[in-house]
Design a protein around this ligand. Sequence first.
Ligand code: MG
Length: 272
Amino acid sequence: MKTAGELSFVFLKKHTAMKRTLLLALILSASVLSAYSQQYTKPEETEVWTPVPKKVTPGKTIGAAPSDAVILFNGKNLDEWVTVSDRSPAKWIVDGDIMTVDKSTGNIETKRSFNNYQLHIEWRIPANITGTGQARGNSGVFLASTGKGDDGYELQVLDNYENKTYVNGMAGSIYKQAIPLVNPTLQAGEWQSYDVIWTAPVFNEDGSVRSTAKVTVFLNGVLVQNNFELIGKTLYIGKPSYTKHGASPIKLQAHGDKSEPLSYRNIWVREL
Ligand code: MG
């Protein structure tokens, strides 16, 4: 049992400790306040002047390539493209400023490989298109081609002006993964555009995914995919998954359906 003297000593000790804590808290908050007010007294203190963004001359019209774009196709030739199956020169048909799918020669892809980029590409379903569902003006933009055939991540191209199909396979979809937010497609015969921001997936040494692929897509200037995180490569059958890859070509699909082939034009990319 403690004596009265001992008890008052403990009380005083506690009291002093409380006082110290209180004093310390006061000093700390005063110094934080003073640091805050010292740090932000003038507008100049929160202005950043470097690094200065590189000057880029925008295209003359919306959709025209800016000065720092890599031109993948502007009507002159298919020099930037190869046939996917054997890496031979691409054999799709170039006429005027457009290229038209040659289904007999299969998918084509860029010679160059990319990681993250901004892409502009225009496509036109022919006015005389026939067929239904997935067999009506089917093509696709593979945002990274990770192998032969349809291996990769497909942004669907299809006539969906008045053509019903599964919604995760319509124009503006990330094939069988993401339904477009809206359907801003135009009728067959009209030129349509995709503007895409692609963030490539990043892999660990052991092949596991460090960060997934992400994509934002505007179709005819209207947002249809808003930073969507892919769950893997786009597959016709089965559950998507990732396999490790690096920088990859961009691939265009020659779909095997019997409908009339569609055309592309004005394709450019800006690496990010
Ligand atoms: Mg397709």
